[in-house]
Design a protein around this ligand. Structure first.
Ligand code: URA
Length: 195
């Protein structure tokens, strides 16, 4: 990404033309991201599923419904964060995106992060964590821990789809969400709300 300034809208317009990998050919919609263009908290998932591909919006299927509940637990909603994915086009049958697909798509995510300059990034699941925190990230052992990414605090939690499949992971995620809320207060991300 060059150093000229650009907006999320500029970036989205360019992304809509993207043919950087084979996922482009099968997409109904590119799923760029949604939320506040001034958000200081960015949530990053893996890639669009069937519903997201159909609607062009991230996390609108069953995992998205659970994500909304998770946000509500810590008094957040989609208007106060920005939500996007590692890959912007749906992988076939919603399989995990391949490393080369993540790589081909990375200029869009890097551009989004450059525009937003978040103070907190939350990786939703292993795929996002291995791309944004470290290649050998272990979600079972390292979820809920803080890492530094170019001066930004970065944490991974279990992906909402994993929490739909395995409810036994939910109590740990509740603890992680409370830690996220504590960091939001420590950084005074919403100063109008006081301490
Ligand atoms: N899962 C993801 O990782 N991203 C979405 O947008 C939807 C489901």
């Amino acid at each position: 990404m060059n150093t000229e300034s650009f907006t999320l809208e500029d970036l989205q317009r360019r992304a809509e033309q993207c043919r950087n990998c084979d996922l482009a050919a099968a997409r109904t919609h590119l799923v760029f991201g949604t939320g506040s263009p001034t958000a200081k908290i960015v949530l990053v998932g893996e890639g669009p599923g069937e519903q997201e591909d159909r609607q062009g919006l991230p996390f609108v299927g069953p995992a998205g419904k659970l994500l909304d509940i998770m946000l509500e637990i810590i008094h957040l909603d989609r208007s106060r964060v920005y939500i996007c994915n590692i890959v912007k086009c749906r992988p076939p049958h919603s399989r995990d995106p391949l490393p080369e697909e993540c790589q081909a798509c990375s200029p869009w995510l890097e551009g989004q992060l450059q525009c937003l300059q978040p103070k907190i990034i939350v990786c939703l699941g292993r795929i996002a964590a291995t791309r944004l925190i470290s290649q050998d990230f272990r979600i079972t052992r390292q979820h809920g821990q803080w890492f530094d990414r170019n001066g930004c605090r970065c944490m991974a939690i279990y992906h909402p789809s994993a929490l739909l499949r395995d409810v036994s992971k939910r109590p740990e995620t509740f603890v992680d969400l409370k830690e996220l809320a504590a960091e939001i207060r420590r950084q005074r991300i919403f100063p109008e709300e006081g301490a």
